[in-house]
Design a protein around this ligand. Sequence first.
Ligand SMILES: [Zn+2]
Length: 324
Amino acid sequence: MDRRKFFASTGLSAAGLLVSKSLFGFDPQSSRAQPAVNGQPPKYDIVREMLKYPKIDAHVHCDLGNGNLEAQKKFAEILLDYAERFNIRKLVLSKPVTRLIKGIPDASPEAFIEHNNIILGLMKLHPDRITGSFTFNPIHLKASLEEIKRCVDQGMVGAKTYYQTKISDPSFYPIVEKMIDLKMIIHTHAETQLGVGGYRMKYNGNKPKNVSIPEDFVAIAARYPEAMFQHAHIGGGGDWEYMCKALKNSPNVYVDTSGSNNEEHMIDFALEQLGEDRLLFGSDNCYYQSVGKVLASNLTEVQRKKLFFDNFNNILKKGGNHVD
Ligand SMILES: [Zn+2]
Protein backbone atom coordinates (compact mmCIF):
# COMPACT_ATOMS: atom_id res chain seq x y z
CA MET A 1 0.00 0.00 0.00
CA ASP A 2 1.52 3.30 -0.88
CA ARG A 3 1.66 6.17 1.56
CA ARG A 4 -1.31 8.07 0.16
CA LYS A 5 -3.52 5.01 0.03
CA PHE A 6 -2.55 4.16 3.60
CA PHE A 7 -3.66 7.54 4.84
CA ALA A 8 -6.73 7.57 2.63
CA SER A 9 -7.89 4.24 3.92
CA THR A 10 -7.11 4.71 7.60
CA GLY A 11 -7.58 8.45 8.02
CA LEU A 12 -4.98 10.49 9.82
CA SER A 13 -6.80 10.24 13.12
CA ALA A 14 -6.42 6.49 13.03
CA ALA A 15 -2.79 6.97 12.08
CA GLY A 16 -2.49 9.29 15.06
CA LEU A 17 -3.89 6.58 17.30
CA LEU A 18 -1.13 4.26 16.22
CA VAL A 19 1.34 6.84 17.40
CA SER A 20 -0.55 7.67 20.57
CA LYS A 21 -0.59 4.01 21.53
CA SER A 22 3.14 4.34 21.95
CA LEU A 23 2.77 7.59 23.85
CA PHE A 24 0.71 6.52 26.80
CA GLY A 25 2.07 3.59 28.71
CA PHE A 26 3.44 1.55 25.82
CA ASP A 27 7.08 0.96 25.15
CA PRO A 28 7.79 2.55 21.76
CA GLN A 29 10.22 -0.25 20.93
CA SER A 30 7.56 -2.93 21.24
CA SER A 31 4.69 -0.93 19.79
CA ARG A 32 6.80 0.11 16.80
CA ALA A 33 6.29 -3.19 15.04
CA GLN A 34 2.96 -3.48 13.23
CA PRO A 35 1.28 -6.87 12.99
CA ALA A 36 2.28 -9.12 10.14
CA VAL A 37 -0.37 -9.77 7.52
CA ASN A 38 -0.43 -13.33 6.15
CA GLY A 39 3.03 -13.83 7.55
CA GLN A 40 4.37 -10.84 5.63
CA PRO A 41 5.85 -7.83 7.40
CA PRO A 42 3.81 -4.65 6.85
CA LYS A 43 4.83 -2.54 3.89
CA TYR A 44 4.29 0.74 5.68
CA ASP A 45 5.04 1.22 9.36
CA ILE A 46 4.14 4.77 10.30
CA VAL A 47 5.98 4.81 13.60
CA ARG A 48 9.18 3.46 12.11
CA GLU A 49 8.86 5.97 9.28
CA MET A 50 8.29 8.82 11.74
CA LEU A 51 11.27 7.85 13.90
CA LYS A 52 13.55 7.69 10.89
CA TYR A 53 13.77 11.49 10.73
CA PRO A 54 15.46 13.50 13.47
CA LYS A 55 13.55 16.75 13.90
CA ILE A 56 13.94 20.30 15.08
CA ASP A 57 10.68 21.81 16.27
CA ALA A 58 10.90 25.40 15.01
CA HIS A 59 7.54 26.40 16.48
CA VAL A 60 6.58 25.15 19.93
CA HIS A 61 5.35 26.80 23.11
CA CYS A 62 5.35 26.20 26.80
CA ASP A 63 1.96 26.70 28.45
CA LEU A 64 0.80 29.98 26.93
CA GLY A 65 -1.77 30.60 29.62
CA ASN A 66 0.21 30.02 32.79
CA GLY A 67 2.99 32.23 34.11
CA ASN A 68 3.94 30.04 37.05
CA LEU A 69 7.36 28.44 36.60
CA GLU A 70 6.47 25.35 38.63
CA ALA A 71 3.48 24.60 36.38
CA GLN A 72 5.67 25.32 33.35
CA LYS A 73 8.23 22.78 34.52
CA LYS A 74 5.54 20.08 34.53
CA PHE A 75 4.38 21.18 31.09
CA ALA A 76 7.97 20.98 29.84
CA GLU A 77 8.19 17.36 31.02
CA ILE A 78 5.26 16.53 28.74
CA LEU A 79 6.90 18.32 25.84
CA LEU A 80 10.11 16.39 26.40
CA ASP A 81 8.17 13.15 26.45
CA TYR A 82 6.71 14.00 23.04
CA ALA A 83 10.14 15.03 21.81
CA GLU A 84 11.63 11.72 22.88
CA ARG A 85 8.93 9.70 21.20
CA PHE A 86 8.81 11.77 18.01
CA ASN A 87 12.60 11.97 17.64
CA ILE A 88 12.63 15.74 18.07
CA ARG A 89 16.21 16.65 18.87
CA LYS A 90 15.67 20.32 19.67
CA LEU A 91 12.66 22.40 20.72
CA VAL A 92 12.78 26.08 19.84
CA LEU A 93 10.48 27.12 22.63
CA SER A 94 8.73 30.47 22.91
CA LYS A 95 6.15 32.22 25.03
CA PRO A 96 4.73 35.18 23.11
CA VAL A 97 2.48 37.53 25.05
CA THR A 98 -1.00 36.39 24.08
CA ARG A 99 -2.97 38.10 26.81
CA LEU A 100 -5.50 40.77 25.95
CA ILE A 101 -6.29 43.67 28.24
CA LYS A 102 -9.77 44.99 27.50
CA GLY A 103 -9.53 43.43 24.06
CA ILE A 104 -6.11 44.95 23.29
CA PRO A 105 -2.94 42.81 23.22
CA ASP A 106 -0.68 43.43 26.20
CA ALA A 107 2.30 45.32 24.76
CA SER A 108 4.26 46.10 27.91
CA PRO A 109 7.98 45.39 28.45
CA GLU A 110 7.11 43.88 31.85
CA ALA A 111 5.04 41.24 30.05
CA PHE A 112 7.69 40.25 27.51
CA ILE A 113 10.44 40.15 30.15
CA GLU A 114 8.29 37.93 32.39
CA HIS A 115 7.51 35.62 29.46
CA ASN A 116 11.15 35.34 28.39
CA ASN A 117 12.13 34.49 31.96
CA ILE A 118 9.96 31.38 31.76
CA ILE A 119 11.76 30.21 28.64
CA LEU A 120 15.18 30.97 30.13
CA GLY A 121 14.21 28.97 33.22
CA LEU A 122 13.21 25.95 31.12
CA MET A 123 16.33 26.22 28.95
CA LYS A 124 18.50 26.07 32.07
CA LEU A 125 16.68 22.96 33.26
CA HIS A 126 16.94 21.12 29.92
CA PRO A 127 19.86 22.66 28.04
CA ASP A 128 20.44 19.72 25.70
CA ARG A 129 16.85 19.55 24.41
CA ILE A 130 15.33 23.03 24.85
CA THR A 131 16.46 26.26 23.30
CA GLY A 132 14.41 29.39 22.98
CA SER A 133 13.19 32.37 21.00
CA PHE A 134 12.85 35.70 22.77
CA THR A 135 9.77 37.86 22.49
CA PHE A 136 9.60 41.66 22.67
CA ASN A 137 7.61 44.55 21.32
CA PRO A 138 9.44 46.89 18.93
CA ILE A 139 7.37 49.91 19.91
CA HIS A 140 9.51 49.82 23.09
CA LEU A 141 12.76 49.97 21.16
CA LYS A 142 15.26 50.51 23.97
CA ALA A 143 13.67 47.87 26.22
CA SER A 144 13.45 45.44 23.29
CA LEU A 145 17.11 45.81 22.32
CA GLU A 146 18.17 45.36 25.95
CA GLU A 147 15.95 42.30 26.21
CA ILE A 148 17.37 40.80 23.03
CA LYS A 149 20.90 41.22 24.37
CA ARG A 150 19.93 39.70 27.72
CA CYS A 151 18.30 36.67 26.06
CA VAL A 152 21.02 36.10 23.45
CA ASP A 153 23.68 36.27 26.16
CA GLN A 154 21.86 33.41 27.87
CA GLY A 155 21.66 31.26 24.76
CA MET A 156 18.44 32.08 22.93
CA VAL A 157 18.62 31.58 19.17
CA GLY A 158 15.90 33.68 17.50
CA ALA A 159 12.98 36.07 17.83
CA LYS A 160 9.28 35.34 18.22
CA THR A 161 6.61 38.01 17.97
CA TYR A 162 2.86 37.89 18.12
CA TYR A 163 0.11 40.30 17.10
CA GLN A 164 1.08 43.44 19.02
CA THR A 165 2.90 45.01 16.08
CA LYS A 166 2.89 44.13 12.39
CA ILE A 167 6.18 42.73 11.10
CA SER A 168 6.21 45.41 8.39
CA ASP A 169 5.78 48.29 10.87
CA PRO A 170 8.68 50.81 10.78
CA SER A 171 9.22 50.26 14.51
CA PHE A 172 10.59 46.84 13.53
CA TYR A 173 13.34 48.25 11.28
CA PRO A 174 16.06 48.71 13.94
CA ILE A 175 15.19 45.30 15.39
CA VAL A 176 15.45 43.63 12.00
CA GLU A 177 18.85 45.29 11.55
CA LYS A 178 19.92 43.88 14.92
CA MET A 179 18.72 40.44 13.89
CA ILE A 180 20.73 40.68 10.67
CA ASP A 181 23.84 41.36 12.79
CA LEU A 182 23.00 38.38 15.00
CA LYS A 183 22.27 36.18 11.93
CA MET A 184 19.05 34.98 13.58
CA ILE A 185 15.57 34.40 12.24
CA ILE A 186 12.44 36.38 13.21
CA HIS A 187 9.44 34.12 13.72
CA THR A 188 6.11 35.95 13.65
CA HIS A 189 2.55 34.82 14.15
CA ALA A 190 0.66 35.16 10.88
CA GLU A 191 -2.83 34.77 9.49
CA THR A 192 -4.50 35.30 6.17
CA GLN A 193 -7.68 36.97 7.35
CA LEU A 194 -9.47 34.73 4.91
CA GLY A 195 -9.92 31.95 7.37
CA VAL A 196 -8.97 31.09 10.91
CA GLY A 197 -9.67 27.92 12.83
CA GLY A 198 -11.09 26.14 9.83
CA TYR A 199 -13.95 28.50 9.06
CA ARG A 200 -14.09 31.22 6.49
CA MET A 201 -14.53 34.72 7.73
CA LYS A 202 -14.69 38.19 6.31
CA TYR A 203 -11.71 40.51 6.12
CA ASN A 204 -10.75 42.02 9.46
CA GLY A 205 -13.24 39.91 11.35
CA ASN A 206 -12.63 40.03 15.09
CA LYS A 207 -8.84 40.00 14.96
CA PRO A 208 -6.46 42.50 16.52
CA LYS A 209 -5.65 44.99 13.78
CA ASN A 210 -1.89 44.40 13.95
CA VAL A 211 -1.91 40.71 13.08
CA SER A 212 0.71 40.15 10.35
CA ILE A 213 -0.55 38.85 7.03
CA PRO A 214 1.56 37.49 4.15
CA GLU A 215 1.76 40.90 2.48
CA ASP A 216 3.50 42.27 5.59
CA PHE A 217 6.17 39.59 5.31
CA VAL A 218 6.62 40.32 1.61
CA ALA A 219 7.13 44.02 2.38
CA ILE A 220 9.68 43.64 5.21
CA ALA A 221 11.53 40.85 3.39
CA ALA A 222 11.93 43.05 0.31
CA ARG A 223 13.23 45.92 2.46
CA TYR A 224 15.74 43.63 4.21
CA PRO A 225 16.74 40.87 1.79
CA GLU A 226 19.58 39.79 4.08
CA ALA A 227 17.22 39.18 7.02
CA MET A 228 15.43 35.86 7.67
CA PHE A 229 11.73 35.61 8.51
CA GLN A 230 9.60 32.67 9.61
CA HIS A 231 5.94 32.93 8.67
CA ALA A 232 4.15 30.91 11.34
CA HIS A 233 2.00 27.83 10.85
CA ILE A 234 0.62 27.36 7.37
CA GLY A 235 -1.48 24.68 9.09
CA GLY A 236 -2.80 27.15 11.65
CA GLY A 237 -6.24 27.45 10.09
CA GLY A 238 -5.69 30.22 7.55
CA ASP A 239 -5.76 29.98 3.78
CA TRP A 240 -2.47 28.14 3.23
CA GLU A 241 -2.72 28.23 -0.55
CA TYR A 242 -2.96 32.00 -0.39
CA MET A 243 -0.05 32.21 2.06
CA CYS A 244 2.25 30.09 -0.09
CA LYS A 245 1.38 31.90 -3.30
CA ALA A 246 1.86 35.30 -1.66
CA LEU A 247 5.31 34.36 -0.31
CA LYS A 248 6.52 32.66 -3.48
CA ASN A 249 8.84 35.46 -4.56
CA SER A 250 10.22 36.32 -1.12
CA PRO A 251 13.22 33.99 -0.86
CA ASN A 252 14.14 35.12 2.66
CA VAL A 253 10.74 34.15 4.09
CA TYR A 254 10.47 30.60 5.41
CA VAL A 255 7.22 28.97 6.47
CA ASP A 256 6.74 26.50 9.27
CA THR A 257 4.30 23.74 8.51
CA SER A 258 2.88 23.49 12.03
CA GLY A 259 -0.72 23.66 13.10
CA SER A 260 -3.65 21.39 13.75
CA ASN A 261 -4.99 21.73 10.20
CA ASN A 262 -3.72 19.06 7.87
CA GLU A 263 -5.70 19.18 4.67
CA GLU A 264 -4.42 16.92 1.96
CA HIS A 265 -1.80 18.43 -0.38
CA MET A 266 -0.80 21.26 1.99
CA ILE A 267 2.82 20.18 2.13
CA ASP A 268 3.00 19.29 -1.56
CA PHE A 269 1.54 22.67 -2.44
CA ALA A 270 4.03 24.49 -0.18
CA LEU A 271 6.88 22.61 -1.84
CA GLU A 272 5.63 23.50 -5.29
CA GLN A 273 5.32 27.20 -4.44
CA LEU A 274 8.28 27.76 -2.11
CA GLY A 275 10.80 25.03 -2.94
CA GLU A 276 12.42 22.49 -0.66
CA ASP A 277 14.73 24.87 1.23
CA ARG A 278 12.11 27.16 2.79
CA LEU A 279 9.92 24.65 4.62
CA LEU A 280 10.48 24.23 8.35
CA PHE A 281 9.04 21.61 10.64
CA GLY A 282 7.10 22.93 13.59
CA SER A 283 4.43 21.40 15.78
CA ASP A 284 2.82 24.40 17.46
CA ASN A 285 2.18 21.69 20.05
CA CYS A 286 0.09 19.64 17.56
CA TYR A 287 2.30 16.61 17.08
CA TYR A 288 0.17 14.06 15.26
CA GLN A 289 -1.11 16.51 12.68
CA SER A 290 2.21 18.24 12.12
CA VAL A 291 4.18 15.05 11.64
CA GLY A 292 1.38 13.15 9.88
CA LYS A 293 0.88 15.69 7.11
CA VAL A 294 4.57 15.54 6.19
CA LEU A 295 4.59 11.73 6.19
CA ALA A 296 1.43 11.79 4.03
CA SER A 297 2.98 14.13 1.48
CA ASN A 298 4.82 13.15 -1.68
CA LEU A 299 8.09 14.73 -0.59
CA THR A 300 11.20 12.72 -1.34
CA GLU A 301 13.42 11.32 1.36
CA VAL A 302 15.87 14.21 0.95
CA GLN A 303 13.09 16.80 1.01
CA ARG A 304 11.67 15.32 4.22
CA LYS A 305 15.09 15.42 5.81
CA LYS A 306 15.41 19.05 4.88
CA LEU A 307 11.98 19.96 6.20
CA PHE A 308 12.29 18.05 9.46
CA PHE A 309 15.83 19.07 10.31
CA ASP A 310 18.35 20.47 7.85
CA ASN A 311 16.61 23.67 6.79
CA PHE A 312 16.25 25.02 10.30
CA ASN A 313 19.65 23.70 11.33
CA ASN A 314 21.19 25.66 8.45
CA ILE A 315 19.48 28.79 9.80
CA LEU A 316 20.84 28.07 13.28
CA LYS A 317 24.27 27.47 11.79
CA LYS A 318 24.45 31.07 10.56
CA GLY A 319 24.26 32.29 14.15
CA GLY A 320 26.56 29.51 15.40
CA ASN A 321 23.74 27.70 17.20
CA HIS A 322 23.28 24.57 15.07
CA VAL A 323 22.44 21.24 16.59
CA ASP A 324 25.15 19.14 14.97
ZN1 LIG B 1 2.24 29.09 17.97
